[in-house]
Design a protein around this ligand. Structure first.
Ligand code: NDP
Ligand code: MG
Length: 392
């Protein structure tokens, strides 16, 4: 029996994970579920999966949850420390890291430091703390498996012996596919006016609101380039972004002999979740088999950096190194929230990030404390830029 903690159980990835687990009650047992504010949803999940522990964001939320599930054996906790506790608990083997944004860093790192099997959806955690996080995984003998569909596809396309070094096993390039999001073909001069509703309407995937906006700006792909750099030890020059609007090929690896190995499937996150849960075995995920005969055509082209300046900003942050990716991520989180709150326009997102990156000098990512200090400075600077743009 594998005992599982889901950080961010009420989100899109959290719900897909529970869907897969429910298909295999003989294999998996839920140890803990966490949410931030959606108490009713978490209560329903606790009723269905009967975890030993549940964690929410605040004392008030905890009080409400405790009332809703008073008849269950689940103990209710709240706050940042409780998230780290359930992630590192000796009673859990596997941690699904599916909190959105920087809030997921501390508990995901706690899971790595406790030597858990970490299923990583929370790409922001790795973007912020890349080297430190990978060092913790190695030092504490944690197992890190990618949930992000592209990285899971790359993982499946690499030989199992791959040693996280450029050139190892004859790997030439990582081809990171991108759908291009909802604005791939929209006239660039109309992008100033798009609404949060339009930005969140992804053509192929159903996801949380923050990552949906990231997909529309292609910052999501930028974060994924940085994520791929850390997961697979690949320098920026080895990672190529390929626009593939149908999202059937989830990413590819090309080899020095000219071979290209790809992973294909229907766009449904339950496939990478099931893959990582059962690895190296395979389990049924609820996702239907891909019917290639129904594919009209598969297209591929290069990204347009004028249309998607966030992608260029992310490559720049990766090349700058140190805390630059943490600054990028923090500014992006603030800007995306401001856009979702209708305080700034869609094109202001890259303006906010660009200005914060110019304003704050990045330093060495020597410790988690240094990263968090830069994260806080970038958030404050981004709020100031947002306030200025909102007044303009
Ligand atoms: P959602 O917004 O759907 O869910 C986010 C989850 O995190 C919820 O459970 C939410 O709780 C919780 N949460 C939010 N803020 C906090 C906080 N401050 N402290 C603790 N918990 C918090 O996001 P997704 O499921 O879409 O994405 C989760 C992660 O997975 C992201 O990093 C995303 O980039 C990544 N990912 C997602 C994919 C997808 O298809 N959705 C694909 C690839 C990666 P509550 O519900 O109570 O607010
Ligand atoms: Mg992805």
């Amino acid at each position: 029996m594998q005992r599982i903690t889901i950080l961010g159980a009420t989100g899109s990835i959290g719900a897909s994970t529970l869907d897969v687990l429910a298909r295999h009650p003989e294999k998996y047992q839920v140890h803990a579920l966490t949410a931030h504010g959606r108490v009713d949803e978490l209560a329903a999940q606790c009723r269905a999966f009967r975890p030993a522990r549940a964690v929410v964001g605040t004392a008030e939320a905890a009080q409400r949850l405790a009332q809703l599930i008073a008849d269950l054996p689940t103990s209710v906790e709240y706050g940042a420390q409780a998230l780290c506790d359930v992630a590192a608990s000796p009673d859990t083997d596997t941690v699904m890291a599916a909190i959105v944004g920087g809030a997921g860093l501390a508990p995901t790192l706690a899971a790595a430091r406790a030597g858990k099997k970490v299923l990583l959806a929370n790409k922001e955690a790795l973007v912020m703390s890349g080297q430190l996080f990978m060092d913790a995984v190695k030092e504490h003998k944690a197992t890190l498996l990618p949930i992000d569909s592209e990285h899971n596809a790359i993982f499946q396309s690499l030989p199992q012996s791959y040693a996280r070094q450029p050139g190892d096993s004859g790997v030439a390039r990582i081809l990171l596919t991108a759908s291009g999001g909802p604005f791939l073909n929209r006239a660039v001069d109309t992008l100033e006016d798009v609404t949060p509703e339009e930005a969140c309407k992804h053509p192929n995937w159903v996801m949380g609101r923050k990552i949906s906006v990231d997909s529309a700006t292609m910052m999501n792909k930028g974060l994924e380039v940085i994520e791929a750099h850390w997961l697979f030890g690949a320098p920026a020059e080895m990672i190529e972004v390929v626009i593939h609007p149908q999202s059937v090929i989830h990413s590819m690896v090309s080899y020095v002999d000219g071979s290209v190995v790809a992973q294909l499937g229907n766009p449904d996150m339950r496939t990478p979740i099931a893959h990582a849960l059962a690895f190296p075995e395979r389990i049924e995920s609820g996702v239907g088999q891909l019917d290639l005969t129904r594919m009209a055509s598969l297209q591929f082209h290069r990204p347009d950096y004028q249309r998607f300046p966030c992608l260029a900003l992310a490559f720049e942050a990766l090349r700058d190194g140190g805390t630059a990716p943490a600054l990028l991520n923090a500014a992006n989180e603030v800007a995306v929230q401001a856009f979702l709150d209708r305080r700034i326009g869609f094109r202001d997102i890259d303006r906010v990030i660009g200005r914060v990156m110019d304003e704050i000098a990045h330093g060495a990512a020597a410790s988690i404390e240094a990263v968090m200090e830069q994260d806080a400075r970038a958030r404050a600077a981004a709020e100031r830029v947002v306030a200025g743009l909102a007044r303009a």
